[in-house]
Ligand binder design. Structure first.
Ligand code: HEM
Length: 441
């Protein structure tokens, strides 16, 4: 692959500093691992070949973050795919794969469009809305309906609260500098347990409905139909685990992706106009959804470039099982925490000229595929690459297109839009806009 420019310098933006360690040097050189925090025991990898080695080349030697796989933590994330490793991960992943195939996720298009309807009907011209909140509620409703089928407003509100409580607890555990905080009997922990019990109750009810021939969600039905290693079906407990795993992964990331797409469209009005012209030319979404990206170059350019600039998963970790030497020559110890930061790698100036510039044509070049897994990995790479990437892409595309066919947005306020690096990369303080009805015809 093309060698990066010599001595490409990078800078950690100020809003990432509290997350990456206050005692970390702000400036770094791509290619040299950056020690993180006061002790410097954690390393932030900045060499594309090191990233590839850890995620793909020698993936068997690297486990996920202890915050996902530690036995104490399993109670929180459950035994679902997200927290699995090794053979048990491989088998479970192979069984679940058909649920998230292109064909399977395309069957959800109608459901996604339907869930957009209430938003489109309720927005009124000029009324200020926090678009990130609206996208959050929408993506939660899509996931909940895909899982459990039609729900009453009351059920949705209770499940939304449960999702929020799980997220608050996870965030507390994830960013706590204190070891073993997982086992402390805090209020948040209690609320998280209650939230888990609520999901278990919905799974039980959904399974009873299915066996009595009553309708339930496509995803839940799909989970009852897959067979695991020895030909057996997933048990109720297994399904609960996978549902909890989905609740941690399957909507907040999409919320952030959608929000950043709207931000970029507002910041680049010429592109936004050309994009809407493309949508007008393409006609109803079902006519072109499965076509190659070249059919809708601006739509796919927007999706890829927004993920580059604002990757919803902006940081994750790997831990070597055995000591190893990385391609950059760095020696890593068994058990050492290695951080991989998409936000910084996606701005590598050796691979993305003028990296801060929004350029939705960057990925049109066939060479771009070679960046994947090295300097561009919004969905991770290797054996743990996101299993929901097709679902995420389809949902984001359908929601964007459905909304853009009927509305445009004017930004309320002039203050800069600042990323908020939580578990996912959101917008600080929400993203306030005024919807304007503007039907494409
Ligand atoms: C924009 C949306 C999304 C982004 C940016 C994203 C990102 C990621 C990343 C970076 C990983 C790899 C983590 C690692 O290697 O440690 C991952 C794994 C995973 N994602 Fe996603 N994800 C998204 C949407 C989804 C959706 C919709 C689902 C639900 C179907 C999902 C389910 C998962 C699961 C279960 C894993 C663990 C896979 C494994 O270990 O085999 N994600 N995701």
């Amino acid at each position: 692959m093309k060698p990066p420019m010599n001595r490409c310098m990078g800078e950690i933006p100020w809003f990432l500093v509290p997350r990456l360690g206050r005692f970390t040097s702000r400036h770094f050189e791509y290619g040299t691992p950056l020690p993180i925090g006061l002790t410097g025991r954690q390393l932030l990898l900045t060499d594309p070949e090191d990233v590839f080695h850890v995620l793909v080349g020698n993936a068997a030697n690297y486990s996920k973050s202890r915050k996902l796989t530690d036995e104490r933590v399993r109670q929180r994330v459950g035994g679902g795919l997200l927290g699995r490793q090794g053979t048990s991960h491989h088998e479970r992943r192979r069984s679940l794969q058909p649920l998230y195939s292109q064909r399977a996720v395309e069957s959800l298009v109608h459901l996604i469009e339907e869930q957009c309807r209430p938003l489109l009907e309720n927005w009124s011209n000029g009324e200020p809305r926090d678009l990130s909140r609206d996208m959050g509620r929408l993506s939660q409703r899509i996931l909940l309906t895909a899982l459990f089928g039609p729900l009453t407003e009351n059920q949705i509100v209770t499940l939304e609260q449960a999702i929020r409580r799980r997220r608050e607890y996870t965030e507390q555990v994830y960013f706590s500098p204190l070891p073993r905080c997982e086992s402390w009997p805090t209020r948040r922990r209690r609320l998280d347990r209650e939230a888990q019990a609520l999901f278990a109750q919905h799974v039980r009810q959904g399974l009873q409905d299915l066996s009595a021939g009553r309708p339930s969600g496509d995803l839940l039905r799909g989970m009852t139909q897959i067979s695991v290693g020895d030909g057996q079906q997933l048990s109720e407990a297994d399904i609960c685990d996978e549902v909890l795993s989905l609740m941690s992964t399957g909507h907040e990331t999409i919320t952030e992706w959608l929000t950043w797409c709207w931000v970029l469209l507002e910041q680049h009005p010429d592109f936004a106009r050309s994009w809407r012209t493309e949508l007008l030319r393409l006609g109803p979404i079902t006519g072109w959804l499965g076509s190659p990206p070249e059919t809708a170059p601006l739509t796919h350019g927007l999706l890829d470039e927004s993920l580059r600039l604002y990757p919803p998963t902006w940081l994750f970790a790997r831990v070597p099982l055995q000591a190893d030497c990385l391609p950059s020559g760095t020696h890593v110890r068994a058990g050492q925490n290695l951080l991989l930061c998409q936000y910084l790698m996606h701005r590598h100036p050796g691979f993305f000229p003028d990296p801060e510039r929004f350029d939705p044509t960057r990925f049109h070049n066939p060479e771009a595929q070679r960046l994947v897994g090295r300097v561009y990995f919004p969905f991770g790479a290797g054996p743990h690459r996101c299993i929901g990437d097709k679902l995420a892409r389809l949902e984001t595309l359908v929601v964007l297109v459905t909304i853009a066919r009927e509305f445009t947005f004017d930004r309320s306020g002039t203050e800069p839009v600042i990323p908020h690096p939580g578990l996912t990369l959101g917008v600080r303080g929400g993203y306030w806009v005024q919807p304007r009805r503007d039907k494409l015809e």
